[in-house]
Ligand binder design. Sequence first.
Ligand SMILES: CC(C)(COP(=O)(O)OP(=O)(O)OC[C@H]1O[C@@H](n2cnc3c(N)ncnc32)[C@H](O)[C@@H]1OP(=O)(O)O)[C@@H](O)C(=O)NCCC(=O)NCCS
Length: 177
Amino acid sequence: MTIEVRRAGVGDIETLRELARAIWFEHYPSIISRSQIHYMLERGYAADVVAAEIARGVEWRLASVDGRACGFAAWEAFGDRVKLHKLYVQRSVRVGGVGRALVAATAADAGERGARLVYLAVNKRNRIAIRAYVRMGFAFHRAMRIDIGHGFVMDDYEMARPVQASIRRAFSVRPVG
Ligand SMILES: CC(C)(COP(=O)(O)OP(=O)(O)OC[C@H]1O[C@@H](n2cnc3c(N)ncnc32)[C@H](O)[C@@H]1OP(=O)(O)O)[C@@H](O)C(=O)NCCC(=O)NCCS
């Protein structure tokens, strides 16, 4: 199985949206309500939202396995930190290294720009993702509860890791809050 990761641009927006829709409705119903899934997909993946993000410098990466698009990541640099906004892989190819390849590509690009830390937010009930993040060197930093409007909240952990995952930092390895 050949995994490829490449930069995604405006021409990939429909592919990214289709992947997001499929992955969110497969993965999140046990974690958040369907109405929250609809709301967050519209908020995060409407074509104009993605296009505006690309224009302002959010970096999107598209992963494929044997030539078929199967996952994506999006990240943004804030000084010496990079926020991994999104990391999604189709269920059929999970635990096959695609998520790790997307994180490695993010860390490599971020490192080239002088970033030292990659951080992200993950729903506290998203055990699959949390396990994968821990395996990829992320550690718990803090708990966050963010009001995203329309009566919905994001009940998350912030996790972080050094861009070079071998560098150890003083983050807790247990959930906080
Ligand atoms: C989180 C996610 C992106 C990981 O992608 P993936 O392609 O399965 O990840 P990889 O195969 O590269 O695995 C990376 C590491 O995590 C481990 N891992 C992945 N899924 C795991 C699981 N369910 N349980 C235990 N370990 C897991 C892998 O074994 C691997 O560790 P290793 O290389 O040390 O053996 C994927 O599960 C996903 O898309 N989940 C649904 C959407 C989601 O929740 N995204 C995150 C939003 S914050």
